[in-house]
Design a protein around this ligand. Sequence first.
Ligand code: A2P
Length: 282
Amino acid sequence: MLNSFESTVTLNNGVKMPMLGLGVMSIPDGRQMAEILSFAAEVGYRSFDTATIYGNEKGVGEGIRQCGIPRDELFITTKLWNNMQGYENALKAFDNSMKSLGLDYLDLYLLHWPLPMRPRYIETWRAFEKLYTEGRIHAIGVSNFNGMQIDEIVEKCEIKPMVNQVEFHPLLSQPELQKYHQQNEVQMEAWSPLGQGEVLKNPVVRQLAEKYGKTTAQIIIRWDLQKGIVTIPKSGNPERIKSNADVFNFELSNEDVMLIDSLNIGKRLGPHPDEFFAGCIL
Ligand code: A2P
């Protein structure tokens, strides 16, 4: 349990997802992306989180083929971008992503943003259900959704999302949403777990780093894991990729987990999901 890269969580459909993965947002496509993925795979990462909007699905695909790890030992996530919501669009977007990645199945497909000002997530989700039922995706989920939006999917569609990937770090730990996920068997996944680097300067986190002889990033990543939250710290730097994974040989005390919990001030570093509409055709 939580002592190696093999630590997984079982999603509500029985699929096992690694607890720690690598976020690859803003890593340039092509050789650079492929080399970083191969390096991370050598370190032990098996889960890689990209998105159509990151523009590096091709490089992720190259990395998958180069890294020498059997496909069925990898867990690959990508996300449907906002301009492709709607049933037919989503089917097309998925095919495009699969072509870029060069894969014949995907582990997790996420609906990137809810776009409540132009809601089409129900019809989009129906396309996700079709692809899932056909076996082309092993798990489907959403990103940046609130509980009410997930409830609406559950009410109007057939399949409950398996994952909700949201901004989550010590300054924004969203306790209400955590509770919702636990009660409804939706796995919470953290984007920007390191708060885009900002959280690493926090004095409390620094003190804990000193206490445990770890880096501030390792303290935060370990906190995610102990809270049962899948985490995908982004790094394009080999040293940090390696160091961020050195989190399986120590344990935070319950008091220290609660101490980090107490840092929550509801501070978003990324966009608010109610207001974000980039790429959306209104
Ligand atoms: P880099 O890619 O140069 O390593 P988040 O996932 O919370 O958004 O954080 C990602 C940001 O934090 C990136 O800018 C990344 O930069 C940086 N980062 C990742 N790991 C570390 C680390 N161990 N120490 C300092 N900064 C880090």
